[in-house]
Structure formats: structure tokens, C-alpha cells
Ligand binder design. Sequence first.
Ligand SMILES: Cc1cc2nc3c(=O)[nH]c(=O)nc-3n(C[C@H](O)[C@H](O)[C@H](O)COP(=O)(O)O)c2cc1C
Length: 164
Amino acid sequence: MIDRETFTELMSGVCAPVTVVTATAADGRPHGSTVSSFASLSLDPPLVSFALDRASGLLAHLQPGDPVGVNILGAHQQELASTFARRHRGPGLKFDGVTWTVRAGLPYLPESAGWTAGRVERHVDGGDHILLVVHIEEAESTAAAPLVYARRVFGTHSLLAVAS
Ligand SMILES: Cc1cc2nc3c(=O)[nH]c(=O)nc-3n(C[C@H](O)[C@H](O)[C@H](O)COP(=O)(O)O)c2cc1C
């Protein structure tokens, strides 16, 4: 058995992408949360996955069949990552003061480094988290530098110096 600290310390050293996953509630209000567990899962069919804490407020709006958006943040969007990581905010409140629009019926953060949208295909039990498998229907990438998270700080990706 490994203890909690050993596990979290190990995972803090794994460099992760930073996204804001979004959904639209039945009453039309936008929901969004910062998510670093986003990953590519399958090319054919095109599937991605991410894990949400069972206590996540967003999870209720992402049931199998529901549409879901993923804003892949760029290095210039660190503030948005912190805004959407705030817990216990009322419906739609995280979007106060944030520039956003609707794309494919989902909350979209313009200037993001990438965007993809699709439908939740299924939930997979993942201990205290739920793994969501998403079938991708649209995607757009840009050349913007990505925002990444490792050792509990934000950063970006850069080339190693080429050895001469
Ligand atoms: C860099 C970063 C990455 C995160 N990644 C995840 C994640 O993959 N899954 C998750 O459930 N929470 C993740 N969180 C925490 C959520 O963003 C945070 O708990 C949020 O308040 C949940 O909001 P909600 O309850 O409205 O869904 C992350 C937070 C940060 C700062």
C-alpha cells in the first residue's frame, strides 16, 4: 500500500495539459471546470477521456449522451485555469467577468489553444473519480503555446537546446 502523499507527489511530477471542460445545463446556464486529466484515447473511433471527481458540480451535466466541450488552454490563459478551478460556485458564476461565447451549443473560451466537442459516450468507474469517455465530433487546433501543469505550478512546453 502506498500512502496518499507518495502517490500525489509522484503524480505532481507528471506534466499535464490544462483544459476547461464545459457543458450547458438544462436551464441554459453554462458550467465549466479546470481539468488536467484530459487525454487522447482512440483514433478510430475518435475518443478522448478525462476524469471528474465524484463531487464535481459539472459531472451532473455530463451524463452519457450529453454534449461536452473542451477548451485546451494556452500559456496566456493561466488566470482562466484558476477561475474555473474554484469550487462551490453557484450555477454559471464561474463565467462572471470571463469572455466566452457559445460554440456548438457549448460554452467556448475564445483565444484557447484548441477546442474540441462531442458527446459523452460512457462513464467508467474510477475510484473517487469517474472516467468520462467522449466521442469527438469537432476539433480545431492552433499553434498557440500550450498551458501545462507540473509540480503544482503552471508553465508551458519548450524545445530542449539542441546538442551540438
Ligand atoms: C490544474 C488543475 C487541474 C485539475 N484537474 C482536474 C481533473 O482532471 N478532474 C477534476 O475532477 N478536478 C480537477 N481539478 C479541480 C477542479 O477544477 C476543481 O475541483 C473545480 O472546482 C471543480 O468544479 P465543479 O465542482 O464546478 O466541477 C483541477 C484543478 C487544477 C487547478
